[in-house]
Structure formats: structure tokens, C-alpha cells
Design a protein around this ligand. Structure first.
Ligand SMILES: *Cc1c(COP(=O)(O)O)cnc(C)c1O
Length: 346
């Protein structure tokens, strides 16, 4: 086995309700959408079962057509994959030679480093408290590729457009991960019209609530898209996943309505968390909140788990000092249960 594979830390997927003996576990650890799919998505999924003996058409034209309407970009500026995760790997495969410099500002999502390491790249981790990014690091590192995430996982904040532009001007390529963008007020996907070195990666897992279907996409200049289309898995998206993603795009109003609820809850939960002593929540533009535990609150995360609430322990994540957990915004009654327990334990 390659040495690099031996030293890679496995991706931490967090805990799952299946890991517990008890029923009715509240899953607030994985940033999933807490609501059911639209009726159209459910119906489409059932109807697609008749066709699962067939291969899906590997160019995924219907999905790209719907996405081009949703995003206002051309169809040949879009590539698709088995979740955003596959596309992060594809970008690394397509762009990185051995010892190329990759900048990964932290704290952020851990998958970028895994795939960059697999290319034997040289990785730099410029550190920004609260992911309040400045562009200075590009002048020192001169990266071949920079990974940015906006809104960022786990801090929840967005990066200023001006900062993204400065990084684009000084990094050969830039990946902008917009997995949570629909929960925020701005997208920077239209920067691809100006910058042919920008790759925007997005997902159906969060806003569209299709984490179990595994569909993601990438938006970039045609030349990059052409390369990615050559190397991604030919049948990356299953037939039911393809059909449900298209149906989700066609019922976007349903999802916008859910988003309103989630954003309203996010603001409510944030205000309540601020009032609990020993907790310091970060303002968020995503569907989760990062919380710093400032006083010694022994085993807070474990106590929540004992009560059947899963939050993500991100203590020790590179770039985060002190004890932190990340909590997904759930349904109002789930959030209430969390808040009651946190008030009790803190
Ligand atoms: C959840 C997440 C993804 C997504 O993934 P899929 O593979 O599409 O499920 C990508 N980037 C970030 C930052 C995420 O949090």
C-alpha cells in the first residue's frame, strides 16, 4: 500500500442513529435537512424503480439542463458527480501533480486534505480564527490550488466576494465549496463568468435534502468541465438519484419554503444559545451553528448523546482552539429539546 494511504486519518462521518440502542434519537450531527422530500420527489422515486435494471445515460443531460436553468449558466459549464465529495476528488485528480502546493485555510471541511494528500501535494493550512479569511496567504504560498468553503463548515460564516476575487487573482485554481449556499444570502457562482480558474462545487445533500441519494455538481469554465467529465465515474449517479434530483429542482418552491423555516429556527436557536452561560455560538449563514464551550462543562457532548441527541464534536479540528460542537438546525421541537438540555447541563 502507498505510504500516504497509511498516514491519512479516516474521514470522520460522525455518529448515526443506528449506533444507539434507543429509539427516537435526534440527529443534529450531520447537517441534513430535517424535513421530508416534496410529494413530486417521492412520486418520482417510486416511478423510477421500474427502470433500475437500466444504466442511466452517462452524460446526465436532463439534470444538467435543469441545473442550467436553476443557476443561470450554460449546460457545458456543469459537471455532475456522486455527491460533492466525488467532485472534490475529481478536481484533485485533474489538477494536482506531485508536490504541487495546495492551500486549505482552516478551520474547514476535512475531505479536501484527504484527496490532496492522495496526490502527494504539499499542503498549507493558513489559519484564521473563526474562518475570517484574508487573502495574504496566497502571496506566501503561491498555490496551484486553494480550497475555500462559503458558508464554511464548521464555522457557518461566508467569505467576502472581494477576498475570493483576490485569491482567484493569485492562485492558479480555486475551489469554492458552496454546499450550504442556499441557506445564505449570496452565491458567488456567477464569478465563473469572470474567472476561468474558479470551480464552484455544490450538493443536493443539504438544501434539497437528498443526502441519501448522493448527487453533487460542479460549475466552472468549459475547459475544466470537459476534463472533469472525462475522469469522473461514468455512472456516478444512480437512476433514482438522477430522477429525484431533477424532481427536486422542479419543486424548488417547496424547498425554498423549508429553507425559510430552517433560517428562522437558526436565528431563534442562535439567540437562545447566546443566553446559556458557558456557550458561545458563532453567527451562521448555513443550516448549523458552531458552538464554543467556554466554561468547563464536563462531558457536555456525551451527556447530550446519553439523552439521545447527536451533535458533532469538532474539538481538535485543525484551526479550532478549545472545546467546540457543531449542531444542525432541526425541527422546532428537536431544537427545543436540545435547548432545554443545554440549559440544564450548563
Ligand atoms: C456536506 C458537505 C459536502 C457534501 O457533500 P455530498 O458529498 O454532496 O453529500 C461538501 N462540502 C461540505 C463543506 C459539506 O459540509
Amino acid at each position: 500500500m502507498r505510504e500516504v494511504v497509511k498516514i491519512i486519518n479516516p474521514y470522520d462521518p460522525g455518529l448515526f442513529p443506528e449506533d444507539f440502542e434507543k429509539p427516537d434519537v435526534i440527529q443534529l450531527g450531520s447537517n441534513e435537512n430535517p424535513y421530508e422530500p416534496s410529494e413530486e420527489v417521492k412520486r418520482t422515486y417510486i416511478q423510477s424503480l421500474k427502470f433500475i435494471r437500466l444504466y442511466p445515460k452517462s452524460t446526465y443531460d436532463i439534470l444538467k439542463t435543469e441545473l442550467s436553468k436553476y443557476l443561470g449558466v450554460e449546460r457545458d459549464e456543469i459537471s455532475v458527480g456522486c455527491g460533492a465529495s466525488e467532485l472534490i476528488n475529481c478536481v484533485c485528480m485533474a489538477l494536482l501533480e506531485e508536490l504541487d502546493k495546495v492551500a486549505i485555510p482552516v478551520p474547514c471541511y476535512t475531505l479536501y486534505a484527504i484527496y490532496a494528500m492522495l496526490r502527494n501535494a504539499q499542503i498549507y493550512y493558513p489559519q484564521f480564527t473563526g474562518y475570517k479569511l484574508k487573502s495574504d496567504f496566497v502571496y506566501d504560498v503561491k498555490p496551484k490550488l486553494t480550497f475555500l468553503c462559503s458558508p464554511n463548515n464548521p464555522t457557518g460564516n461566508t467569505i467576502k466576494r472581494k477576498v475570493i476575487e483576490e485569491i482567484l487573482e493569485n492562485s492558479e485554481y480555486v475551489v469554492l465549496d458552496e454546499a450550504y449556499v442556499e441557506f445564505s444570502s449570496t452565491s458567488n457562482v456567477n464569478l465563473i463568468e469572470e474567472f476561468d480558474n474558479l470551480i464552484v462545487i455544490r450538493s443536493f445533500s443539504k438544501f434539497f435534502g437528498l443526502a441519501g441519494m448522493r448527487v453533487g455538481y460542479l460549475v466552472a469554465d468549459r475547459k475544466i468541465v470537459e476534463g472533469i467529465e472525462k475522469i469522473r465515474l461514468p455512472f456516478a449517479i444512480s437512476y433514482p438519484a438522477l430522477r429525484t434530483a431533477v424532481a427536486a429542482l422542479r419543486s424548488v418552491d417547496y424547498y425554498l419554503n423549508l429553507k425559510e423555516k430552517i433560517v428562522r429556527e437558526r436565528e431563534r436557536v442562535y439567540e437562545k444559545l447566546r443566553k446559556i452561560s458557558g456557550l458561545e455560538p458563532y453567527p451562521s449563514e448555513a443550516n448549523f451553528i458552531l458552538v464554543k464551550v467556554t466554561r468547563e462543562v464536563d462531558d457536555l457532548i456525551q451527556k447530550l448523546l446519553n439523552e439521545g441527541i447527536i451533535v458533532r464534536d469538532v474539538t481538535g479540528l485543525i484551526g479550532l482552539d478549545g472545546k467546540h460542537f457543531r449542531v444542525t438546525i432541526g425541527k422546532p421541537e428537536e431544537n427545543d429539546r436540545l435547548l432545554v438540555l443545554l440549559s440544564k447541563f450548563c
